[in-house]
Structure formats: C-alpha cells, structure tokens
Design a protein around this ligand. Structure first.
Ligand SMILES: C[S@@+](CC[C@H](N)C(=O)[O-])C[C@H]1O[C@@H](n2cnc3c(N)ncnc32)[C@H](O)[C@@H]1O
Length: 211
C-alpha cells in the first residue's frame, strides 16, 4: 500500500516537473520572440514581412550546403549568419566569407568563436548589417537559410545584384519560380542550388521578362 502511494506521488512529481520545464521553455521562447521583434536593435528596423527568426542549421543541412558548393571558390555571403556555423564550414573549405547578422548576441558569439578558434578575418568576417540594405554584387556564392515568405523578394534582389557566375544555396526553403540546378538531402535538411546565369536565361523566356 505504502509502495503504491509512493509510486503515485513520484509519478505526480515527475509529470509536474516536466510540465514546469515545458512552461518555462515556452515562456522563455515567448520572451525571446517579443524581445527580438521589438527590442533588438536592427531587427526592429526590418519590415514585419521580412523578419526572419533565428534557427540554427542542423549538421545535415550544413553538410548538404557544403556539398552544393563543392568545386567553387571565391567570396561567399551568408545572409543571416546566426552563430556562424555555415560561415565557419565555408571558410574551412577555402571561401572568403562574410556573415551578415543583425542579432548582436549571435554576432558577438560568432566573432568570439572566430577569434578563439583562430579563424583570420581574411577568411571569415561577421558584420552587423541588414542584408536587405546591402549591395551583394561582390559575392559569387550566397547562402540563405531564411523563411518561405521572404524567398520571392530575396530572389528579385539577388537577380538584380549578383554576377552571372554566382551560385545561390537555399537551405530548406526553395526560391519560387527559379529553375533548380541541383538539390541534396530530404525533408528539413534539403538544400537547393541555383546558378544565376541559368535562372536569368530561364526567366528571360517568360512572357514578361524583367531580367
Ligand atoms: C534561420 S537563421 C539562420 C542562421 C544561420 N545561417 C544558420 O544556418 O545556422 C536566420 C538568421 O538571419 C538573421 N537575420 C534575419 N534578418 C536579417 C537581416 N535583415 N539582416 C541580417 N541578418 C538577418 C536572424 O537574426 C537569424 O540569425
């Protein structure tokens, strides 16, 4: 009898603890969301329809991104570099990388990581800039892990600015109406490669070509 009462009490206490930690997690996420949307400098200034929250690339997504960059060299921009993981992967493959990031905490983390792991600024720099307001014409490789709602607008910007030999890698969310060069992986880790010259020549054949 005593044993079963003890078991019931233990079950109650463990379900209470797991509910408490779920609530704490949800509260923290809400607080972080509200804080980043309305308080975080930089993020506050991005129009609501272009705001993208932080979500780190998984290991699989990072590997898939690097597979689609095999054989390429030059300058690479990660649009919204988060904690810098894609930039570090690309810089160790020889790219000269720039991570654009408006979240100052993530930016500070990525910069410190670059310094403690000895990655020189000639290989990886992290800049506190809104990529929507930045001319990207000096990059021949671009990575974007953003959100489905912004991919159309981003596509228009990249088509205006990138050189013809540029390759764009979209993580998880493909560009609407762009012809795909190749893709790697499946599900949430799927990444998509587009060559700007092919995208332009495809879109020129559309009824009202813009590019
Ligand atoms: C989905 S996360 C991707 C992070 C990182 N690239 C990765 O794959 O782990 C998108 C990132 O973009 C940043 N971001 C959103 N809008 C931005 C903007 N306009 N300019 C620069 N960074 C931005 C967010 O703060 C966030 O860190």
């Amino acid at each position: 009898m005593e044993d079963s009462i003890e078991m019931i009490l233990q079950e109650h206490s463990s379900s209470y603890t797991s509910r408490l930690s779920a609530c704490t997690g949800a509260l923290f996420t809400c607080f972080y969301g509200v804080w980043s949307l309305f308080v975080l400098p930089g993020f506050r200034r991005v129009p609501l329809n272009l705001k993208v929250p932080y979500l780190p690339s998984s290991k699989g997504q990072t590997l898939n991104t690097m597979k689609l960059l095999e054989g390429r060299t030059g300058h690479l921009a990660d649009l919204g570099s988060g904690d810098g993981r894609l930039v570090f992967a690309a810089s160790s493959a020889g790219f000269k990388c720039t991570g654009f990031e408006i979240n100052s905490i993530l930016l500070a983390y990525a910069r410190s990581k670059a310094s403690w792991t000895g990655v020189p600024s000639s290989q990886a720099t992290f800049v506190n800039k809104d990529f929507w307001k930045t001319d990207l014409s000096s990059y021949n490789n671009v990575i974007a892990f953003l959100a489905p709602g912004v991919m159309g607008v981003l596509g228009e910007k990249l088509l205006k600015e990138l050189p013809d030999d540029a390759r764009v890698i979209a993580c998880r969310f493909p560009f609407p109406n762009w012809p795909l060069q190749s893709s790697v992986g499946s599900g949430l880790d799927e990444t998509f490669a587009y060559d700007i010259s092919s995208v332009r020549s495809h879109l020129r054949q559309e009824p009202n070509p813009v590019y």
